[in-house]
Design a protein around this ligand. Structure first.
Ligand code: ARG
Length: 412
């Protein structure tokens, strides 16, 4: 033939095209060096395209491996609040080994890790890429960037302990420096906090953090360096300011309104709304050490965020799947899909948010300019999952996925 024979072949009973929602039956996925070489119907396979290594998934529906755009693999959901103070970045990385395995087993073959201390996320990503441990492909942020006393700072101890987080910055020049440090030590994406948060002590979810000038400086530096920018924001004004400054995604977006939706639509900004995690925080959070003030904040955020998720779906703005796993149990990422359907998406839209749309926000391309993940197309990594039945009819099939393939290799 005109091209090298494939290394392996995967046969799919049904193949879901996540761009269109069409199901194609009896498809053959030809794989060469971890990437998809070609997809054709089984009946059209040439003799020299039948390698010895065949994975028969003709009893399954196959779709791209899922992507979670908001995780913290190095965070232990059993250790919130003051319990977290005892863990070094090394200890967190060791925890991340099990979290990575659980996440991949759940069918998430790619994650965007949006904040970790001590570059534990960089090490975790590299240990996975170098084959030391098993886990999803990771795009990582390094340290989250925030103001003194902001959502990413350590606000648990009095001043005598001098406990500051590495991501703290307080001027346009300082944010630029933090971006440069993150990039120097291996970040792929930049995360900053534009408002207070639920789980940080003594921050107000409605209060903006960083001036417009600081945000613009951060975005300019990140974009110059080829990194995309994710802004944590619950409150309205911080959210608007971050979109104006040109961020690529707003994380949480809890208190959005029509102005925010119009601005996001105009700028193409993605919203990444973690609408499952509230159940964990209000259910198991207290036992896991979440502070009473955080539980109180969550009572004001969770329900409104879900209602605003519905508004965002109706408005038709860009939305990508992100759960904040790490705040809650790793490997339960897929549970949010059914919530997204309950709150206004079709099953296809929910699947798209965790595949093709997440990949668009991730903006991660091969040397040949092909999308690396989120689609099953020539040039992409052969990362896929298989379920028995049709996930367009039953989204909850994606809560426990029997077959996971990463780079053409079956990992579950
Ligand atoms: N990391 C986020 C914060 O502390 C979690 C918010 C979770 N709540 C929610 N309803 N999404 O702000």
């Amino acid at each position: 033939g005109l091209y090298a024979a494939p290394d392996r072949l995967i046969l799919a009973g049904q193949l879901l095209d996540v761009r269109t929602g069409e199901l194609h039956s009896q498809q053959a996925i030809l794989i060469k060096q971890q990437r998809i070489q070609r997809i054709t119907s089984i009946s059209e396979l040439a003799d020299n395209e039948r390698p010895a290594d065949v994975l028969d998934l003709t009893g399954y529906t196959v779709l791209p491996g899922l992507i979670d755009m908001h995780v913290h693999l190095t965070s232990n959901p059993q250790k919130h609040g003051y319990r977290r103070l005892n863990d070094t970045p090394t200890r967190q990385a060791l925890f991340g080994v099990t979290a990575a395995q659980a996440t991949l087993d759940a069918g998430f073959t790619t994650v965007r890790n949006v904040g970790a201390s001590g570059f534990a996320d960089v090490d975790l990503r590299d240990a996975i890429d170098e084959g030391d441990i098993v886990g999803p492909r990771m795009r990582v942020a390094g340290h989250s960037i925030c103001i003194t006393g902001g959502h990413c700072d350590n606000n648990l101890l009095p001043h005598t302990y001098k406990a500051n987080s590495f991501g703290v910055a307080n001027s346009p020049d300082e944010v630029r420096a933090r971006v440069r440090e993150n990039m120097k030590y291996g970040a792929n994406v930049i995360k900053f906090t534009a408002t207070g948060g639920v789980l940080s002590r003594n921050t107000d979810v409605n209060a903006s953090q960083f001036s417009l000038a600081e945000m613009q400086s951060l975005v300019a530096e990140a974009h110059d360096r080829g990194a995309r920018v994710a802004a944590h924001a619950h409150g309205l004004h911080g959210m608007k300011r971050a979109i104006e400054a040109g961020v690529d995604s707003i994380e949480h977006a809890s208190f959005l309104n029509d102005d925010v939706l119009a601005l996001a639509a105009e700028k193409g900004t993605y919203l990444v709304m973690d609408i499952y995690v509230s159940d964990y925080i209000l259910g198991e959070g207290e036992a896991a050490g979440i502070l009473p003030e955080s539980l109180e904040k969550e009572r004001h955020v969770g329900q409104l965020q879900r209602e605003n998720f519905r508004r965002a779906v109706v408005a038709g703005v860009n939305m990508a799947f992100g759960t904040d796993a790490g705040v809650y149990t790793h490997g339960q990422n897929g549970r949010q899909l059914a919530y997204m359907v309950e709150w206004g998406m079709t099953s296809l839209q929910a699947i798209q948010s965790a595949t093709v749309h997440a990949a668009d926000l991730l903006h991660w391309y091969s040397d040949e300019g092909k999308q690396n993940v989120g689609v099953l197309e020539p040039g992409a990594f052969a990362d896929l999952i298989a379920v028995q039945g049709n996930p367009l009819q039953d989204i909850r099939l994606l809560e426990s996925i029997p077959v996971v393939v990463k780079g053409g290799q079956r990992v579950k």
